[in-house]
Design a protein around this ligand. Structure first.
Ligand SMILES: NC(=O)c1ccc[n+]([C@@H]2O[C@H](COP(=O)([O-])OP(=O)(O)OC[C@H]3O[C@@H](n4cnc5c(N)ncnc54)[C@H](OP(=O)(O)O)[C@@H]3O)[C@@H](O)[C@H]2O)c1
Length: 302
């Protein structure tokens, strides 16, 4: 049987790169970049149909979708960090363009969302909990979810947490922690912001597995709801940003001692505190394990 065709938006990104790498075994893969063209000889993405795409341009999205005609679209492209205007144009409008175009050609859509669509007041969020974002990025990703639902594409909305890894490069957040320590400029990390950090390689494997199913997340019987299509896919271990940073530093062979513990609640910043996700539904659905930080770091070397 011929392989099905997957289009990965943001294939040049951290998660997108891993989705591309893992999907290649069983899928024909097309992937997009915006500012960072991918050298197929460097990270083994040979055989991938690399295309330039700006998701802010609806006509360009439609044209690419018509040309590539994928069976599944994995939409990882997003702006963060960024300004409000980037969030609106890339995360909200861009997702609308991708979701509508996917619906237009009958492609299945896996949309990547985030734990910070929640306000962080409750923790252990299940899919049915109401998104109540309190940051500009969180608001844009919550609106992006609405765009996916409004498109009526066959879609799953994968909500995940802090993404980390060390291959083929260290993720941006870990790099900031480790490089800061090495440079004698230790980071201040919050002890009261809880997350379920997710290893990029497990997340990509879960996404690729989901792409090959017909699962469409939490269904609604009578009317569209905020939870339609959502699936929580994050690591098994809940950690504060401080605890996470200490583990990352040790893993990368750096003394975590100088990391400065700080409290988000007293920082004057508006940030969600406990965004831990209950991933019971994903655990029951997927063969791919969703390990916690200690399990992942304990089994690998950088
Ligand atoms: N990182 C986290 O901790 C985290 C946590 C929860 C959820 N998420 C979500 O997970 C997804 C992947 O995150 P990531 O950290 O892997 O992202 P990333 O490394 O920052 O990569 C972002 C990707 O989006 C592309 N992109 C940005 N603006 C674009 C535009 N206007 N048009 C087309 N492509 C555009 C970038 O292309 P170029 O690089 O070529 O410019 C890059 O490929 C995102 O949807 C994010 O919201 C991330």
């Amino acid at each position: 049987m011929p392989k099905q065709h997957m289009l990965v938006t943001g294939g040049s990104g951290y998660l997108g790169g891993w989705v591309v790498r893992l999907a290649r075994a069983n899928w024909r893969v097309s992937a997009t970049f915006l500012t960072r063209p991918v050298d197929p000889d460097v990270n083994g993405e040979r055989g991938v149909n690399w295309r330039w795409l700006d998701v802010r341009d609806a006509a360009a999205v439609d044209a690419l979708m018509a040309d590539v005609h994928p069976d599944v679209v994995v939409h990882t492209a997003a702006s963060n960090p960024g300004e409000d205007a980037d969030f609106a144009a890339t995360n909200v409008d861009g997702t609308r363009h991708v979701a509508r175009a996917a619906r237009g050609i009958g492609a299945r859509l896996i949309h990547i969302s985030t734990d910070v669509i929640f306000d962080g007041e409750k923790g252990s969020y299940v899919e049915e909990n109401l998104p109540q974002p309190i940051t500009p990025y969180g608001r844009s990703k919550a609106l992006a979810e609405e765009e996916v639902r409004a498109s009526e594409a066959e879609a799953v909305i994968v909500r995940t947490s802090l993404i980390y890894g060390w291959r083929p490069r260290i993720d941006r957040h870990t790099s900031w922690v480790v490089e800061g320590l090495r440079a004698g400029n230790p980071p201040h990390l919050f002890t009261d912001e809880l997350r379920c950090p997710m290893w990029v390689e497990s997340l990509a494997a879960a996404v690729v597995e989901l792409a090959g199913t017909t699962y469409t997340g939490v269904p609604s019987i009578l009317q569209r709801r905020h939870s339609d299509g959502a699936l929580h896919v994050a690591g098994a271990q809940s950690l504060s940003r401080y605890q996470f940073g200490v583990r990352l530093a040790r893993f990368h062979g750096v003394d975590p001692g100088p990391i400065v513990p700080a409290r988000s609640r007293e920082s004057g910043l508006v940030r969600p505190l406990d965004c831990t996700l209950d991933c019971s539904r994903a655990r029951a659905l997927l063969r791919t394990p969703l390990p916690g930080v200690d399990e992942v770091l304990g089994q690998h070397t950088p």
